[in-house]
Design a protein around this ligand. Sequence first.
Ligand code: LLP
Length: 435
Amino acid sequence: MTDAVDYRRYIGSNSAVRRYLLPDTSTVSEDGRLSVGGCDVVELAERYGTPLFVYDEQHLRNRCHEALAAFGDGVAYGAKAFLCKAMARLVNEEGLHLDVATGGEAYVAMMAGVPPNRLVLHGNNKSDEEIGTALHAGFGRIVVDSFAELDRIERVAADLGGTPRVMIRVTPGVEAHTHEYVMTGQVDSKFGFGLASGAAAEALRRAKDSPVMELVGIHAHIGSQIFLLHSYAKAVELLASFVNDAGVGELCLGGGLGVPYVEGEDSPSITDWAALLKQACADHGITARVTAEPGRAIAAGAGMTLYRAGTVKDIPGVRTYVSVDGGMSDNPRPVLYGSGYEAFLPRLTLAERPRVVTVVGKHCESGDVVVRDARVPQELEAGDVLCTPVTGAYGHSMASNYNKVPRPAVVFVRGGASRIVVRRETYEDLIRLDE
Ligand code: LLP
């Protein structure tokens, strides 16, 4: 490999994959090979096999650092975006709390050594067991989602003792500009207490009057993959008098900041987002501390997926299919939300990408598309390592064993070293739970 050069040099090239879609420590050698965290990406694929999730540890730390600097203590990482013990440890080391949506996410975080008081428990259908764990272990916050849950918390607390610190989750009535499946702030939502209906006010009263709960704040999460910050400003406007009247010390505005997945997309930074949220709150006289729980904005750009290209099927005049050794089992987002990605060859990172192909997985479904109409280098051929960047959020965490495809390994890279943080599933793992 020749000397690595800063990839920023290539900003402005329409053909090469843009720098902003690659992890922070990406460099490209003179002959076009991509390294991340000081590790040659094609060599990682050869060493660990494919499909492979590769995360730039420094990128993850940079985003955590940015979130902490922007919001201050209390900011949490939305663990659903990507979670394993190494990630939980990293986030904890960087001083963030962890938003966990289930007992399972809480378990992984605790097994990684995250102190329970750094955990924020979410969920629209928390079980008695999950609430019990939160109380017993002493979670930092329980974000209450429904009247039934208020009852449940009181019942479990009466049995177990302890003082749950709760936040009331409010749906402010905002339709964020994002995919319908990931909108959460609108009136018609399974999440939270509606503001306009008076449900939020009633929930607040109940939490305040409760002999067992300590009300610490208000929570609102309006959706995910949001580029237009005015949706947040609107949410703050709608929430302002409610929050001010409640007299609580904390307002968490959830996660949801969008990230660019394909060329031409752009997103505000975590710093910009925090500034807007704080400004909007200040404009409305909100004195409660403003916090947030970004998931995607921390994890997405840090990760990339490496596949091995296999069968190439050309249907003249119609389309060329390039099949890879993973697909909807490691990245269901294209199928679920119609999400777009870029694809490139890490051996020829700077190559022109004039050829249009559809990258598909190996599952027995026609919908199993990884990248529709991907622009790839002319040189792409069977056996190549093909990379899709920005797969660090909601890829591994939503992976499945569909068609009994073992889930990929996850590798962290940093300072020229790589380490497996989640091992590749084996065929034995596929029958591990079978009786
Ligand atoms: N807080 C709450 C209460 C949430 O429900 C979520 C995400 C977050 C924080 C983190 O949101 P983020 O910053 O990552 O947007 N599977 C979908 C995304 C689902 C988001 C669910 N909730 C996708 O792949 O786009």
